[in-house]
Design a protein around this ligand. Structure first.
Ligand code: SF4
Length: 320
């Protein structure tokens, strides 16, 4: 029996609400923090940078026993940065020192210690909670390209030449370590919207119907709290409320229902995957992990279920 499902009435309300708020539009992964979080536009090595960095967008939180303990936050270049921002900045710092840092052949030649150094904080430690996984994926990723004498530019060129460039890119990424592990292709689709929306417009998408939802932990938390996804299993509800680890099957059920909900939201609202993702990306700060959300200031408060006790599945994965 399905115990986690997308809620039809909430989907209709949010499809209408998102269209009206005008708060959902694609983000360009540049202008908000050009030269700090993200590389400056139109420079060498930017494509290699994003192919690498998107594959490492996962696991930015800590566990204490079987309970979620907090988001990863670490100081870098004088600022305290949360996980994803820390990773973008660390990669941008490396790229600014050497634009070829993320070219696969250069990654392949780096030692484990050298790779570790790329992610050192101002406190001289690498704070990434899943570093071993980052390292293993980096090794697999670099070898995949080197063994085939390919580069990210080759993969992109091939995808762009296909009748359906987005579908072709997602299919190519499904073979590459760092992207291949997730059947729901969260990081692959993230890379696709980056390449489409960056000022360089690396990817011209002529097949928007090939887009897939980008399901990370922030989106699952938002889907649960807004009522877009309903959990009918009391034991799972209790786990989600108390922020303890869930099983792979439980995580799979919540993530699959969230995927279904976002796919339907895209279809019903007519908004792109990038626009829907940008709305929920911003919602992660309105509806945060560590403090009570300020529902009265939220643009969707009139239609939200406000199930603020619910939390994303606590589950270690390299998918998100
Ligand atoms: S802040 Fe409140 S109203 Fe907004 S999405 Fe979160 S729970 Fe809903």
């Amino acid at each position: 029996m399905t115990t986690v499902r997308a809620d039809n009435l909430q989907l209709d309300a949010f499809a209408d609400g998102l269209r009206r708020t005008g708060d959902a539009r694609p983000f360009d992964f540049c202008s908000l923090s050009e030269g700090f979080l993200y590389p400056e536009r139109a420079r060498p090595g930017v494509l290699d940078y994003f192919f690498f960095a998107c594959a490492h967008q996962f696991g930015f939180w800590t566990l204490a026993g079987n309970r979620w303990a907090g988001p990863m936050v670490a100081p870098l270049d004088g600022r305290n940065l949360k996980g994803s921002d820390f990773l973008w900045r660390a990669c941008t710092r490396a790229w600014q020192r050497n634009p070829d840092s993320f070219v696969p052949i250069a990654l392949d030649a780096m030692t484990d210690a050298g790779l570790n150094t790329l992610f050192q904080s101002d406190a001289d430690i690498n704070p990434l909670p899943m570093w071993r996984d980052h390292l293993a994926l980096t090794r697999g990723y670099a070898r995949w390209f080197v063994a085939r004498a390919l580069t990210p530019t080759d993969v992109l060129r091939c995808a762009q030449a296909a009748p359906k460039p987005l579908a072709a890119l997602l299919a190519a990424l499904a073979e590459i370590p760092g992207y291949a592990e997730d059947p729901l292709q969260k990081k692959a689709m993230l890379l696709a919207i980056v390449l489409e929306n960056r000022p360089e417009h690396f990817l011209q998408v002529t097949d928007p119907e090939s887009a897939v939802p980008i399901i990370d932990y922030h989106l699952q938390r938002s889907a649960l709290r807004t009522g877009l996804v309903r959990v009918e299993n009391p034991a799972l509800l209790a786990k989600l409320e108390s922020r303890v680890t869930v099983t792979a099957a439980e995580e799979g059920a919540v993530r699959a229902a969230t995927y279904d909900a976002i796919q339907q939201l895209m279809a019903r609202s007519g908004l792109s995957a990038a626009a829907v993702d940008w709305f929920f990306f911003r919602n992660r700060t309105r509806c945060p992990e560590t403090t009570e959300p300020d529902c009265s200031a939220c643009p969707v408060q009139a239609i939200c279920a406000k199930a603020t006790r619910l939390f994303q599945p606590v589950f270690r994965t390299t998918a998100y």
